[in-house]
Every structure is written in C-alpha cells, then in structure tokens.
Design a protein around this ligand. Structure first.
Ligand code: CP
Ligand code: NVA
Length: 306
C-alpha cells in the first residue's frame, strides 16, 4: 500500500475530510479510547521555524496516543548544516514511524514525502498550513453543525493560511471570499487549483481587495498576521500597506449576527485584529487552538495507525 501523507488539503476528498472530522470528534469526546492507538511509535518533528501550538499539540498528541515525539530543530540536526532533505528523509525513515515538518520551502516537505518511506505531515510551509486549515473548519462545524452553504471571509495577507483555507472550503461545502491589499494577493497557482476544486464541489471563491464586500453574509471572519515567519524585514512596510484591513468591531458588524472570529495565532492585537474582537464574544481563537490537538491526533491515527 502506498504511504499516505498530509501535505495539502487539496489532496483530500470531501469524504476523507468528513471521516477525519468524525474521528477527531470521537477522540475529543473519548480520549481514553485512543491511549494505545500509536503505542511504540515515534514521530519526528522537524522545525525550521518557531512554534508554540504545532510543537506542543503534536508532542502532547503523540503522548496521549501512546507514542513518542522527538523535537528536531533544524538548528541542531545536520539538515541545518547542509545535509540534503533526501538523505535526511531516508535516514529518518529507518528510525521513525512518521515525520511532521515545518519548513520554509514547500518543496522540502514534498521532498521528505518523495524520498522518505513513512507518512509526512506538513506542519506549515511558506505556502500552506493544512493542519490549521482543517482544524479551523472542524471548529466551525462544532459551532454551526453542517457548514454547507455557509460563507467564510478571509481578510489580510494572501499567505500560507489563506491557501489552506481556500482548499478546505470546498471540502466542507463553504463559499469563501478573500480580501487582500493590492500586491498581497494569494498565489495564483493555489487560487486556480482551489477554484477547480470549488467548481467541482459547487461552491464559490471570490478574491478581491474590499474587506467590507468580503464579509457580507459571512458566518466566519478569519485573519492572520500581516508579516509571516521569514518576512520580518518587510513588517514595517506591510503595516502601511495593510491599512484598512484590520478585523475590528466595525468589520465584524458587516457579517452575519451569529458570525465568529477565527485566527490561527499568534495574533498581533492592534494590527490585523483589534483586541476587542480577538478577546470579544464572537472570538473562537482558543477553541481553535485546542482543536489542533484533537484534529492532529485524528490525522496521526489515520496515517500511522495499524
Ligand atoms: N497556528 C500555529 O501554527 O501556531 P504555532 O506557530 O505556534 O505553531
Ligand atoms: N502565516 C503565519 C502563520 C503562523 C501560524 C506564518 O507563516 O508565520
């Protein structure tokens, strides 16, 4: 049987996403049933970038499933000194049962999957953040039940986060509207692929530059940092270019009354989101963070469970 990976939500069918959410729901409700699911198995966690949620939720998740997780900072392993991704993948495949990797280049996780012989989970690249995107739709399903016909609005940078949200929307039957400043649009390759998925699923994708238009009729408003990891030197310029793209009470008021606010975190209050929204009654940011644990446990059991 071919090794299965989680590299992009694009690779999953709607029914695979639905099954994953059913499993995550069961794991969340009855964690004690899964304490031996991955007993004796080890997950390597390669990090080229910082992390709070991803590192902790994967490590705790493996522990709760009866397995073990190894934190492999690229600062410490030979990958950071120029050992190739292909050699790293082949060597680690001899020791580990799975790898979760957070990299700059998306090609690095594709290469881990191509050269390794164990499941690879994308823990964020410059292009995509599938574990977070899946968790966000799982969280919305907890809030609203069936998501078919609902709309999510993303306001902010055309980055890794929105690419995964674009892919996830059609899998759960949601429409998605994106508003970015000019010059910060989504990657056209991912947007085109997501549009093909949406067309096949009968959902819609709109991408423009008007936050007020994007949030109209939305059940969820999502934003992310204006400068992602690796873009630190652009942060000052971006602050100027993203003027008018803050999610604040005024923008929330343009969505449906029952709309919720989501953010993958870490957040910069006063920049992409006002404190009143991030910490207000419509915010679900900490449920979202918690759900990383449950959804990722479901991912690990699906990919690594015997
Ligand atoms: N949302 C998310 O992936 O957070 P970390 O960068 O803390 O892992
Ligand atoms: N877009 C952000 C997400 C962090 C979880 C980044 O890549 O830094």
């Amino acid at each position: 049987m071919a090794v299965r990976h989680l590299l992009s939500i694009h690779d999953l069918s709607a029914s695979e996403v639905a099954s994953l959410f059913d499993l995550a729901k069961d794991i969340k409700a009855k964690p004690s049933r899964y304490t031996s699911s991955l007993s004796g198995q080890t997950l390597g966690m390669i990090f080229q970038k910082s992390s709070t949620r991803t590192r902790v939720s994967f490590e705790v998740g493996m522990f709760q499933l009866g397995g073990h997780a190894l934190f492999l900072s690229s600062r410490d392993i030979q990958l950071g000194r120029g050992e190739t991704v292909s050699d790293t993948a082949q060597v680690l495949s001899r020791y580990l049962d799975g790898i979760m990797a957070r990299t700059f280049a998306h090609q690095d996780v594709l290469d881990l999957a191509a050269f390794g012989t164990i499941p690879i989970v994308n823990g964020l690249t410059d292009d995509l953040h599938p574990c977070q995107g899946l968790t966000d739709y799982f969280t919305l399903q907890e809030v609203f039940g069936d998501l078919a016909g609902r709309k999510i609005a993303y306001v902010g940078d055309g980055n890794n986060m929105v690419h995964s949200l674009l892919f996830g929307a059609s899998k759960v039957g949601m429409d998605i509207a994106v508003a970015t400043p000019k010059g910060y649009e989504c990657n056209s390759h991912y947007l085109d692929l997501a549009r093909q998925d949406a067309m096949a699923a009968g959902t819609s994708i709109t991408a423009g530059h008007d936050p007020a238009a994007a949030v109209e009729g939305a059940s969820a408003i999502y934003t992310d940092v204006w400068a992602s990891m690796g873009q630190e030197e652009e942060a000052k310029q971006r602050l100027r270019d993203f003027d008018g793209f803050q999610v604040n009470r005024n923008l929330m008021a343009g969505a449906l009354p029952e709309a919720v606010f989501l953010h993958c975190l870490p957040a910069h209050r006063g920049e992409e989101v006002s404190a009143a929204v991030a910490d207000g009654p419509q915010s679900r940011i900490f449920d979202e963070a918690e759900n990383r644990l449950h959804v990722q446990k479901a991912i690990l059991v699906s990919l690594m469970g015997k």
